[in-house]
Design a protein around this ligand. Structure first.
Ligand code: E4P
Length: 216
């Protein structure tokens, strides 16, 4: 399973990259706004900065919602860097646009996916990635990881090539569960990635080793 970081914060992207486990980045309008990125020139520069840190796929989301504008915006985003993947919402014009991008050699990430039916549509349209939002599903008292498992089973049975990119990750446990059920990628906040490091027995064991090392 690949690890993407779900942020537009350059320091956090650098930290995850320096850990040596980072395969890519996902952003969305909320994450870009959080970093104060405003206007086309600043948005373009920020994606260039991200691509300069990480040698892997970087999802850049369109802000348009009608077919023609999604295409225009997506073409501009894709032209920024070969690693840019155009992130398109799961709406009717979005699906049409994903098919157009697929036919024209532009890779897409279909975002805001909350059901297996939506994931089938994304795959049929040729999305490179489908992004089910598991944390937001958990928030509604449904099981987000179960959706990942269902999509993984359908994609495997049907031979769909779209990669399952588990999104809206809230914990290290989410990452482990997504790996268990066959997600291809997990896009995570930095804290969830670092959370994988933690175990109290590791801390206790290391403290003891360091104590005993003084006797060596
Ligand atoms: C990633 O592609 C999504 O935009 C992101 O994971 C959403 O996460 P959130 O539910 O924590 O906002």
């Amino acid at each position: 399973m690949k690890f993407f970081i779900d942020t537009a914060n350059l320091a956090q992207i650098q930290e995850a990259h320096d850990l040596g486990v980072l395969d890519g980045v996902t952003t969305n309008p909320t994450l870009m706004a959080k970093e104060g990125i405003k206007g086309e020139a600043a948005i373009t520069q920020h994606y260039k900065d991200i691509c300069a840190i990480v040698d892997g796929d970087v999802s850049a989301e369109v802000l348009s919602t009608d077919f023609k504008s999604i295409i225009e915006e997506g073409k501009k985003l894709a032209a920024i860097h070969p690693n840019i993947v155009v992130k398109v919402p799961m709406i009717k014009d979005g699906v049409k646009a994903i098919k157009w991008f697929t036919d024209n050699g532009i890779r897409t990430n279909c975002t805001l996916v909350f059901s297996a039916g939506q994931a089938i549509l994304a795959a049929k349209a040729g999305a490179a990635y489908v992004s089910p939002f598991i944390g937001r599903i958990d928030d509604t008292n449904w099981d987000g990881v179960e959706l990942i498992a269902q999509i993984a089973q359908i994609y495997s049975l049907q031979g769909y090539k779209t990669e399952i990119l588990a999104a809206s990750i809230r914990s290290a446990l989410h990452i482990v569960k997504c790996a268990e059920v066959g997600a291809d990628v997990c896009t995570c906040p930095l804290e969830s990635i670092l959370g994988l490091l933690k175990h109290p027995l590791t801390d206790i064991g290391l403290a003891k080793f360091l104590e005993d090392a003084k006797k060596m």
